[in-house]
Design a binder for this molecule. Structure first.
Ligand SMILES: NC(=O)c1ccc[n+]([C@@H]2O[C@H](COP(=O)([O-])OP(=O)(O)OC[C@H]3O[C@@H](n4cnc5c(N)ncnc54)[C@H](O)[C@@H]3O)[C@@H](O)[C@H]2O)c1
Length: 354
């Protein structure tokens, strides 16, 4: 008997993209195709919703990145007692390393930096808002001492100003960090932002500013740290914070320039990984999905139905927490990943695989 293939699977995949399969849209008959026979497409039931409705951007969703004064502060993660003194594989340790995190005063960068400190590194928090970074340095050290009472080591955590999109500012910052810490071994580029405008109405000066921070800023810090590592004739590890938006198109909020910037970050990581492999410098990308930071919380408080739409598309059914990035970033910075370079690790609750 000839083999028969079902065409039900693609239909189910399409319908589940919005997280719901309406009973009326559920096909009652499994349609089969025998090789050589015509597809019986009349068996596909009519859809009630406008086709593609949940897979489109919506120009009514317009969110401008807030002014500095409106940006909320983040809090260090609590409740990780004894983490530093608990045993784990030695290759995961960052003991003796100096790490630098851009955009480290808030959100994902701050919590990633905390993970590095709890894994043994000293840390330079770099941000355009130096005052906020200074406040967080003290909070990070206080939290470490409180939660690791058995530890003899007190991490050195410093705050530094840089506008990542400005080369002179980046070089001044790197020199200051080396002056205070003696070296840099690891870099995490987390400075970046998003905003939502439909492309035809997105002012070009804002687009250029976004690309300047997200793309130029990543490039400038990566190349400056790589030069430092090459001068020291030592290897190192760089993690670029991209986004799942570098691989998929988010809906319903329109954000074409942001998506393009994150695709650039992902491929920059792969390209530099190849260029610097023989210098022992590994470069990888982490692509987070929707994460609950102080800023996304504020945006969702003001746009309640967005959260429901976003979570309906996430297989794990919830947004990620900033601390979900601590492990993946520490893994990529440590010797545990010494044969991993040019990779993109998606930390997105499964969003991009559906
Ligand atoms: N939050 C999410 O859901 C999410 C998801 C995927 C990717 N990301 C990416 O993660 C990174 C961090 O995002 P976040 O949510 O923590 O944002 P955030 O706004 O909470 O923190 C970003 C930090 O970067 C700093 N910054 C901005 N422009 C800068 C510049 N020119 N120079 C130096 N510092 C600058 C800000 O002052 C801020 O402290 C971004 O690249 C973002 O695109 C975030």
């Amino acid at each position: 008997m000839a083999a028969r293939g079902s065409i039900l699977a693609p239909l189910l995949r399409l319908a589940s993209r919005d997280g719901r399969l309406a009973a009326s849209a559920r096909p009652s008959v499994a349609v089969s195709v025998a090789p050589g026979s015509r597809r019986r497409l009349h068996a596909v039931p009519p859809r009630r919703d406008k086709p593609g409705k949940y897979a489109r951007t919506d120009s009514d969703v317009e969110i401008e990145h807030p002014q500095e004064d409106d940006l909320p502060s983040s809090q260090p993660v609590r409740g990780l007692p004894g983490q530093y003194v608990k045993p784990t594989l030695a290759s995961f340790s960052l003991d003796g390393n100096v790490g630098l995190v851009t955009g480290g005063a808030r959100g994902l960068g701050l919590v990633i930096g905390q993970g590095m400190v709890y894994s043994g590194a000293d840390l330079a928090l770099v941000d355009m808002n130096k005052e906020e970074a200074e406040k967080q340095c003290q909070q990070l050290v206080d939290a470490f001492v409180k939660e690791n009472p058995g530890s003899k080591r007190i991490p050195k955590v410093t705050a530094h100003y840089a506008d990542v999109s400005d080369q002179a500012s980046v070089e001044r910052c790197i020199a200051e960090v080396i002056d205070q810490h003696g070296k840099i071994d690891n870099l995490v580029t987390s400075a970046g932002f998003t905003e939502n405008f439909e492309a035809i109405n997105y002012p070009i000066d804002r687009v250029r500013k976004l690309w300047g921070v997200n793309v130029d800023g990543t490039y400038l810090f990566a190349t400056a740290v790589a030069r430092h590592l090459m001068e020291r004739k030592t290897g190192g590890s760089i993690v670029m914070i991209g986004s799942m938006s570098g691989s998929i198109v988010n809906v319903p909020q329109p954000q074409a320039p942001y998506n393009a910037s994150k695709a650039a970050v992902r491929h920059l990581a792969a390209s530099l990984a190849v260029e610097w492999a023989d210098a022992g410098i590994r470069v990888n990308c982490i692509s987070p999905g929707y994460m609950l930071t102080a800023l996304t919380r504020k945006i969702l408080d003001e746009n309640a139905d967005l959260k429901q739409k976003w979570t309906s598309l996430i297989p794990q059914g919830k947004m990620g927490m900033p601390e979900d990035l601590m492990g993946p970033v520490t893994f990529l910075l440590s010797d545990a990943s010494r044969y991993v370079t040019g990779a993109d690790i998606r930390v997105d609750g499964g969003y991009t695989v559906t």
